[in-house]
Write a protein that binds this ligand. Structure first.
Ligand code: TXA
Ligand code: MG
Length: 352
């Protein structure tokens, strides 16, 4: 990865009392072709002018991201999204009315104004209107659509706080807008509308169950496309969201799952390893001797989602040698949580 040092300007922006000066400075950076990290309701985004191939090149460089993985275009209104769309599927307006602003990215045929650099050469693009006042104000002030991947270094968990962004991207971007913790904590749902049946390419903040209220059929793309030559969502083929320590997810009956984690953890301890566990709040005290990261009760998957990436980063900071994670039920938001856990584990999953 290129080693360079930019003079990164950091502004704290309170979403309830936005510093207009900071926003107009950030908008100016975007118009000049620079990079600005901004908060969204899901995770922080690393933004640049989506209509400029040069500006977008700055994103890939800052992140150390392979350029064959397309970026999401962020807009401040439905009209702005439609203006960039070549073919507008019937379901698009229904979904925009229902879920925008919000964590739903729609994949549609793009117009030529969006350079190939944004979409990794695809003739489709992913577009969403984020549900965050700072993101919307920035896009509006720039007067441009903003292309942005999650603002982490490639391969690191996505950033859900300004501090995570600073850890990863200080000196690599022109500006950071720090608005504290993000609300949802997992990335948007990516929904492909270009085929006959809408297909979830990446589960996220909007669940399949949510979509069923508005669509008669929703498919879920297979997630084990790691070895596929041309994955439908190019993001699928990369090992993502990885903590530094190897992670293993254990799934199954709750009692057996806990026993398996305990047994495995003891084994690692005997090998002299420092063991981290990522468990639900109710189980916090069941793993004495391990470094315990607890993220939300079983009945509150939204808390698990919100804390997941922060917990993975925290476990890294504790310098654990190995992480064992409790699986969650794959329904509702649990689908997205399991998707990220399994990716972070490089699909090392133990079923008990
Ligand atoms: O919540 C989010 O979506 C965050 C915030 C910043 O908006 N963004 C984000 O971007 O997660 P990124 O780049 O980390 O993930 C974008 C995902 C990738 O899996 C990519 O492959 C997929 O969206 N994607 C983007 N454009 C696509 C397209 N034209 N066709 C298929 N998949 C696409
Ligand atoms: Mg990402």
């Amino acid at each position: 990865m290129k080693n360079y040092r930019k003079n990164t300007r950091i502004f704290k922006v309170d979403p309830n009392n936005m510093d207009r000066g900071a926003l107009s400075a950030a908008a100016e950076v975007i118009r000049q072709g620079g990079t600005v990290v901004f908060p969204t309701e899901t995770v922080y985004g690393l933004g640049a002018n989506a209509l400029s191939a040069d500006a977008v090149a700055g994103i890939f460089e800052a992140k150390g991201r392979p350029s064959d993985n397309p970026l999401i275009v962020h807009v401040a209104s439905q009209a702005d999204a439609l203006a960039l769309t070549e073919e507008i599927p019937e379901s698009a307006s229904v979904l925009m009315d229902a879920f925008w602003p919000g964590p739903l990215t729609l994949v549609m045929k793009k117009k030529a104004v969006i350079p190939a650099a944004v979409t990794a050469g695809l003739d489709t693009f992913g577009v969403r209107m984020p549900h965050h006042p700072v993101a919307l104000a920035l896009i509006a002030a720039a007067g441009l659509p903003i292309a942005a991947p999650s603002a982490n270094l490639s391969g690191r968990p996505s950033p859900t706080s300004g501090q995570h962004v600073i850890q990863d991207l200080m000196g690599r971007v022109d500006m950071i807008l720090d608005s504290g913790d993000t609300g949802i904590g997992l990335e948007s749902t990516v929904l492909d509308l270009t085929g006959p049946i809408p297909t979830i390419l990446r589960p996220g903040g909007v669940t399949r169950e949510d979509l069923y209220a508005f669509l008669p059929r929703v498919d879920q793309a297979a997630d084990d496309t790691v070895d596929e030559a041309v994955p439908r969502s190019p993001g699928m083929k990369y090992r993502h969201y990885a903590p530094k320590a190897p992670l293993q997810v254990v799934v199954g009956d709750p009692q057996k799952m806990q026993e398996a984690i305990w047994e495995l953890g003891q084994q690692y301890c005997r090998e002299g390893k420092k063991v981290g566990v990522l468990v639900r709040e109710e189980h916090r005290f069941r793993y004495p001797g391990f470094v315990v990261a607890a993220a939300g009760q079983e009945s509150h998957p939204e808390v698990t989602a919100q804390k997941l990436y922060a917990m993975l980063r925290w476990l890294d900071e504790q310098k654990v040698d190995v992480i064992l994670a409790e699986g969650v039920a794959s329904e509702g938001l649990g689908t997205a949580i399991m998707n990220r856990l399994c990716k972070a584990a490089g699909y090392k999953i133990l079923r008990v």
